[in-house]
Ligand binder design. Structure first.
Ligand code: LLP
Length: 419
């Protein structure tokens, strides 16, 4: 079930007409559905119910503290990639012992902070990080619980910018290096081996690369277990895709049904790190048509959302569905490029869309709950959008729109020179 549906020609988020949110809070505005977030979290939790498991929501997909709070209340763990994300999780009431820390460039300060906080697992991505973590943990009189993020060298068949499990990618350590590092880590006084991790890419639509990766990782687990190294969990990463246009994404249940047989009888708990599959379909971006502009070549609709608000189309040529908030329109349908006001030709949100538009019309960019607001910027001195969470018929403002004062708060004019 989706939580953004038309009723009497008006697009709703749960029980709230989106046009009322646009009128009250202005545009561009991100709107999330609490029920949609909860539904997707539960889909993962239930899909893995037959074995010990931990769903660690990937905070980077949408890190608003209210989003994290909703998931923390359901018992979610969290996959973080910075101290900042860890602080968000703590602020939202998340349990630090259910936090896994991924990322190729964790700083010494971040490692120290995460150790002090008592996170569940460091997903270590290099030999240098392993040694540094060992040193820091020993200096603090602690042991860090670790997994190595293994790069299984499988082709996840997704956009090259969001593929992470190939040899040429910067992520994780290859299988041969991982074997050596596990043997060494077993003798490091500041570390305790608890797991093994891999994450091969994002927006995956097929289960085959997961199965290939799992086979390779489990072969390494077998080798290491023979050498007396024991694992408590295997982290299979995130990456399940969503429908932006006409994709047929895997449901968590069918994904779990495919991978769980490989784990049967091993006594390993399974961790997963979904981001997009939890938050993606739980959000839309509301925008207003500023003006229509016809040129010899094109019909442009200039909208008030731009690449600084939603970067995915500009960065990945990603397709995002764009629909009117009110189905009826007096205008005649034309083929439009929907572009933002930013001074870049790459600033577009949708190309060649058949829409009936007039200046002032309200639109929703769908499936914008993941990698939407979090990738926004202040380019062209544009304040970042407001964020709203709808819960039944209640509307919560969970981030106010940035004002000009917000934007220049940290800037300073030069002191006047004397003499
Ligand atoms: N775990 C790790 C270690 C990751 O690097 C990622 C995403 C995830 C989990 C969550 O992946 P998901 O379930 O969301 O696919 N900005 C891009 C996506 C970048 C994904 C980065 N890593 C986009 O807008 O498509």
């Amino acid at each position: 079930m989706t939580h953004f549906e038309y009723q009497n020609g008006e697009l709703y988020a749960e029980n709230v007409p989106l046009s009322s949110i646009a009128e009250q809070h202005g545009t561009p505005t991100y709107v999330y559905s609490r029920a949609a977030l909860e539904q997707q979290y539960r889909a993962f939790d239930e899909a893995l119910a037959s074995i010990p498991h931990q769903v660690c929501y990937a905070v980077k997909a949408n890190s608003n503290v209210a989003v994290l709070q909703v998931l923390a209340r359901l018992g979610s763990g969290f996959d973080i990639v910075s101290a900042g994300e860890l602080r968000r999780v703590l602020k939202a009431g998340g349990d630090p012992t259910k936090v896994v820390f991924s990322g190729v460039g964790k700083t010494a300060d971040e490692l120290r902070f995460a150790l002090d906080t008592g996170i569940g697992c460091f997903n270590v991505e290099s030999e240098a990080e392993l040694r540094q973590l060992d040193t820091i943990a020993r200096s603090l009189g602690k042991r860090a619980d670790i997994a190595l993020r293994v790069n299984p060298d499988v082709d996840a068949k997704t956009h090259p910018y969001i593929s992470t499990g190939l040899k040429q990618n910067k992520f994780g350590v290859d299988l041969v290096t991982a074997e050596r590092l596990y043997r060494e880590a077993a003798n490091m006084g500041g570390l305790r081996i608890v797991g093994i991790a891999s994450h091969i890419g994002s927006q995956l639509l097929d289960v085959a690369p997961y199965l290939d990766a799992l086979d390779r990782v489990l072969a390494l687990v077998d080798k290491l277990e023979k050498a007396g190294i024991e694992f408590e969990h295997i982290d299979v990463g995130g990456g399940l895709g969503v429908r932006y246009r006409d994709e047929q994404p895997l449901e968590p249940a069918s994904w779990a049904a495919a991978i769980l047989p490989k784990l049967a009888g091993r006594g390993l708990a399974v961790h997963t790190e979904p981001g997009r599959a939890i938050a993606g379909a739980a959000g839309v971006l509301l925008t207003r048509v500023e003006l229509l502009k016809q040129t010899e070549e094109k019909n442009f609709a200039v909208i008030d959302a731009a690449m600084n608000d939603l970067l995915r189309p500009a960065l990945y040529q990603a397709w995002m569905d764009i629909v009117p908030l009110r189905e009826k329109s007096g205008a005649k349908p034309l083929n439009y490029d929907l572009v933002g006001p930013v001074c870049e030709s790459g600033d577009w949100i949708g190309k060649e869309r058949e829409l009936a538009l007039e200046a002032g019309d309200l639109l929703a960019v769908k499936t914008a709950g993941a990698y939407g607001f979090v990738m926004s910027s202040n380019y062209n001195t544009r304040g970042r959008a407001a964020e709203i969470m709808v819960d039944g018929d209640r509307v919560h403002l969970i981030r106010t729109r940035e004002s000009f004062d917000d934007l220049i708060r940290n800037e300073r004019l030069l002191e006047r020179r004397h003499g």
